[in-house]
Design a protein around this ligand. Structure first.
Ligand SMILES: [Zn+2]
Length: 335
């Protein structure tokens, strides 16, 4: 190799090294960092688990993927790694008896739900190692009604958000978790598992008249957890202004005194207008603004750390456009 060729080779090698360094090191490479968020998903979520005409269907995820592609956001999508063992973490919330019953009687649904848990865990790992700022878990079925009954409750098998909260606390010693649930339905399972826990603040807006008939405002927590569970009933026809006022006036103040280390969103889009199961009138723009409110809280208290997980949303077109709008803000806000 002559001197000229050697110099050219050295320069190329140096620039490749430099690029690799900046593109993987967030602390030094913010200006080269393209994306705040990653959308974790897996082809298994395209499998049907309920009957033919059931609203909880594969198209819920399929249409989001199509919408992401249409809006040129499909580069954010990452396939969930299935190799991670998650039974230990599921067992922090669900009983062994429940897990065994699901594996025996609802094996496909159990595989979908445990894949969603894997997605949450992978997302938390990437957020904590600062590879990304926040993440969205594009998974199904939902999880926030799942109890330990050995079967599904309200289309839910494992409570993904609750398991993620335990994982963050135990693996990363980030104790104070704020769970925000804007699904049309009350997240009764999330409330149940953290009702006496002062380290997990559960904030839920929902319609009390809908399934599962829980979520009364007087249910504020028990023992040391008193004051760390907040239920807000919203009536039919609740619109963007109505829900935004609550998030800006109530949630922001509660979060300022709680000071979360990590925020989890139970992102249900059955609270969107024209949902098959809901009667709210929240638009895609409303969900964008809700996302901004939550991101502001996260920026103030926990360096932007948010994991958002798909819950309900049964109008497949509405669910796909609201979900994509939510992801757009997660990725672009404050850049
Ligand atoms: Zn719901």
């Amino acid at each position: 190799m002559n001197k000229r060729k050697f110099l050219k080779f050295s320069f190329q090698f140096f620039f490749v090294l430099l690029f690799k360094f900046f593109s993987t090191t967030r602390a030094f490479g913010d200006f080269l960092y393209k994306n705040n968020t990653i959308v974790f998903t897996h082809p298994i979520f395209l499998k049907k688990i309920f009957s033919e005409d059931h609203p909880e269907k594969p198209e819920r995820v399929k249409h989001v993927l199509q919408e992401l592609k249409k809006r040129k956001m499909d580069h954010l999508v990452k396939k969930i790694n299935l190799s991670q063992e998650v039974d230990f973490w599921i067992n922090q919330i669900h009983s062994k008896k429940h897990m065994e019953s699901l594996k025996k009687k609802f094996s496909l649904a159990e595989r979908l739900s445990s894949t969603a848990v894997r997605g949450c865990i992978e997302a938390v790992d990437q957020i904590m190692s600062k590879q990304i700022l926040n993440a969205f878990c594009l998974s199904r079925p939902p999880g926030h009604h799942a109890l330990n009954t050995g079967k599904d409750e309200g289309f839910c098998f494992y409570n993904h958000v609750a398991i993620a909260a335990k994982y963050i606390q135990q693996k990363y010693n980030k104790k104070k978790i704020l769970i925000i649930d804007w699904d049309y339905h009350h997240g009764n399972s999330t409330e149940f598992f953290f009702y006496s826990d002062p380290d997990v603040f559960c904030f839920s807006t929902h319609n009390l008249e809908a399934y599962p008939g829980t979520g009364f405002p007087e249910r504020t927590g028990s023992g040391k957890g008193k004051g760390f569970n907040l239920n807000i009933h919203l009536p039919c026809n609740t619109n963007d202004q109505d829900i935004l006022r609550i998030y800006k006036d109530v949630l922001v103040k509660k979060a300022d005194s709680f000071k979360p280390d990590f925020i989890l969103i139970s992102a249900g889009f059955d609270s969107r207008e024209e949902d098959l199961l809901g009667c709210f009138k929240i638009t895609d723009s409303g969900f964008e603004k809700l996302t901004e409110v939550v991101m502001n809280i996260a920026n103030i208290h926990c360096e932007g750390r948010i994991l958002s997980i798909l819950e309900g949303g049964y109008n497949v077109e509405g669910n796909s456009s609201a979900t994509t709008s939510h992801i757009k803000i997660l990725n672009n806000f404050n850049k």
